[in-house]
Design a protein around this ligand. Structure first.
Ligand SMILES: CC(C)(COP(=O)(O)OP(=O)(O)OC[C@H]1O[C@@H](n2cnc3c(N)ncnc32)[C@H](O)[C@@H]1OP(=O)(O)O)[C@@H](O)C(=O)NCCC(=O)NCCS
Length: 185
């Protein structure tokens, strides 16, 4: 089973970053971060009013993510403040795709462009590479999300295709989704 020990890192600006799996006590902060995603639909694909997990669903999610199976959640704690998270899970259907894991990631707005996203995704890739059945990590990113596209390319993800007009914003504008993937074995 592939597990992740907490990682203590120092950012280029000297700030202390801890990457770790979630604890039960993180649930309200995680819900706040989740809700914040709706304020930037062109990046996250969430719309204002999209449902977020209830407290009990979030606790259940935390326990599932901690069991070390084919799903992983990573939190970024900067100087003691939870500033972002990543969630990844292997596809469970169809079973022929169970060697592929998909992920999403979101950092609080004020904590971007400091290398935290890179550390989270690198930690995910290490986990996936050590996982007994995973071979590939994939994701979809909205076409205008230049920062995310740049980060994924730098980490070895390649563009595999584009889904046209997959997202429609509240004002009716459409965005394509860029499909990206990276083999870990
Ligand atoms: C996308 C996200 C996870 C990236 O994390 P991050 O900590 O901000 O990113 P990092 O600082 O690790 O790396 C970003 C890289 O992109 C570069 N970059 C930033 N803006 C860019 C732009 N407009 N064009 C090209 N490159 C850009 C940075 O210079 C950096 O590269 P470097 O490390 O070589 O300097 C984070 O910004 C985020 O949560 N955004 C909002 C939600 C979101 O977009 N989620 C992803 C959905 S797929």
């Amino acid at each position: 089973m592939a597990t992740i020990a907490p990682r203590k890192l120092t950012l280029a600006d000297g700030a202390a970053l801890l990457i770790r799996v979630p604890e039960r006590t993180d649930h309200s902060r995680l819900t706040e971060l989740d809700r914040a995603g709706a304020s930037e639909p062109e990046l996250t694909g969430q719309l204002p009013g999209d449902p977020v997990l209830s407290d009990s669903e979030r606790l259940h999610w935390i326990m599932r993510m901690r069991d070390g199976g084919s799903a992983l959640a990573l939190l970024a704690e900067l100087e003691g403040r939870l500033v972002g998270f990543l969630e990844c899970r292997a596809q469970d259907y169809p079973r022929g795709a169970s060697h592929v894991a998909r992920f999403m990631i979101c950092l609080e707005r004020d904590f971007r462009d400091r290398g935290i996203g890179r550390h989270l995704v690198e930690t995910l890739l290490d986990w996936a590479a050590a996982h007994p059945t995973l071979e590939k990590v994939s994701l979809g990113v909205l076409a205008g999300n230049a920062r995310a596209l740049a980060l994924y390319r730098k980490l070895g993800f390649t563009e595999e295709g584009r889904r046209a007009r997959e997202f429609r914003s509240a004002d009716g504008a459409y965005l394509d989704t860029v499909m990206m993937g990276r083999f870990v074995k």
